[in-house]
Design a protein around this ligand. Structure first.
Ligand SMILES: Cc1ncc(COP(=O)(O)O)c(C=O)c1O
Length: 383
């Protein structure tokens, strides 16, 4: 492939004002400073405050989830979501090997083990077909529980991930989870603004989570959100992430061990201002993806586009190269010329912490891991 023409296109057409081009930078062109000042003036800069409530309401409205609980980051959101979904020590959680480490770390925090099922080549998310095959052939359903025939451990949850913002086959996965009585925890960390068949990602299962890390489409500095339509799960999410304190005007009684995972009001203030710009962020990122798509079609480069039936936020644009050799050469050339690109994450089953976990046939993920690279994907700024 002609790497230098892609580099020129990125430098001269997509980001003409940037000397060095990052993978994803935040944009603060709204009322961020004003809302931060409101927060400081109110003295409520920490774990309670009106901005947290406002931000949760904005996210509820935008995603259509009935309840939303703001937390300190996406990993904490996943950890709490898994506990609420019944993931206990020595149980197993089905997930995809192609993900960021946080997905599996949260499973490990619960004392549970991931079981790795392959991804679908067009969504880059968990394959519904491979999941079904695994559940049919390798598990036993008895007394409302799904047990892994090989390990004899109960499978308590399934965590698919919407890779780079592209919705996975979430409807089919949700159906399978219902059939096998497995909790569905949707890792929508990367997919705020992405829709699958008219419904926002993160709202298909018992619980979904979003990340607002600095590299995401919307940032609160650091932050996360738990989404659910279930009032009991929502209540439990608030309880577990706010130190498990029994609500009382002045007494401090904590009936069980819980977490201080609250999002500070200062971070939520950023979130409120960012939410006002989110529809524009999504549209600008989709327009950027269209440009990449047209350029790649012309140059015969395999561009990863949104799967059928979905509307992606195109958090990170990606292309598929022919193999490791071409990928490594591409990474070297682009990064040395000030255009930041990166390979996809090392597969989770190859990390020391998860190398003893069960791995089904993951040939698609392995193939993708050698060939995928991400391209600069920031919302282009006006100046
Ligand atoms: C797929 C995935 N899951 C979980 C997380 C964790 O989110 P955070 O960094 O906010 O803890 C991230 C991103 O950072 C992610 O990309």
């Amino acid at each position: 492939m002609n790497t230098s023409s892609l580099i020129s296109y990125i430098k001269n057409t997509l980001y003409p004002n940037d000397l060095s081009i990052p993978l994803h930078r935040p944009v603060f062109e709204g009322r961020e400073k004003e809302y931060l000042a409101d927060c400081i003036d109110s003295n409520f800069v920490s774990s309670v405050g009106q901005k947290v409530i406002d931000f949760e309401n904005q996210i509820r409205e935008y995603t259509g989830a009935k309840f939303a609980a703001a937390v300190v980051n996406g990993t904490a959101a996943l950890h709490a979501a898994l506990i609420i979904s019944g993931v206990t020590p020595d149980t197993e959680v089905i997930t995809q090997p192609l993900s960021f480490a946080a997905t599996c770390n949260a499973i490990a925090y619960c004392g549970a083990k991931p079981v790795f099922i392959d991804v679908n080549a067009s969504t880059l998310g968990l394959s519904a077909e491979k999941l079904e095959k695994f559940l049919k052939n390798k598990t036993q359903y008895k007394n409302g529980k799904t047990v892994n025939r090989k390990t004899r451990r109960e499978i308590t949850a399934c965590v698919p991930m919407h890779t780079f913002g592209h919705p996975c086959e979430i409807e089919d996965i949700a159906r399978l989870c219902r059939e096998y009585n497995i909790s569905l925890v949707e890792d929508a960390a990367e997919s705020l603004g992405s829709i699958y068949k008219e419904k926002h990602t993160g709202t298909f299962g018992n619980i979904g989570i979003i990340s607002f890390n600095g590299n995401k489409i919307l940032t609160t500095g650091g932050g996360g959100m738990i989404l659910t339509n279930d009032s009991a799960a929502a209540e439990r999410a608030k309880f577990l992430t706010t130190t498990g304190k029994r609500p009382h005007p002045y007494e401090f009684f904590h009936p069980e061990v819980a977490f201080n995972y609250r999002m500070p009001n200062l971070n939520a203030a950023l979130g409120c201002a960012q939410m006002e710009q989110l529809p524009a962020f999504v549209e600008k990122k989709r327009a950027l993806a269209e440009k990449y798509k047209a350029f790649c079609a012309e140059q015969k480069i395999h561009f990863i586009h949104e799967p059928a039936g979905s509307k992606s936020n195109y958090w990170l644009n990606a292309i598929l190269l022919s193999g490791r050799e071409e990928r490594d050469q591409f990474l070297k050339e682009t990064n040395s010329q000030g255009v930041m690109t990166r390979p996809v994450w090392d597969l989770m089953n190859t990390l020391p912490a998860f190398s003893d976990c069960q791995v089904e046939n993951i040939s698609t993920a392995e193939n993708m891991a050698d060939r995928l690279v991400n391209l600069p994907s920031s919302v282009p700024t006006e100046s």
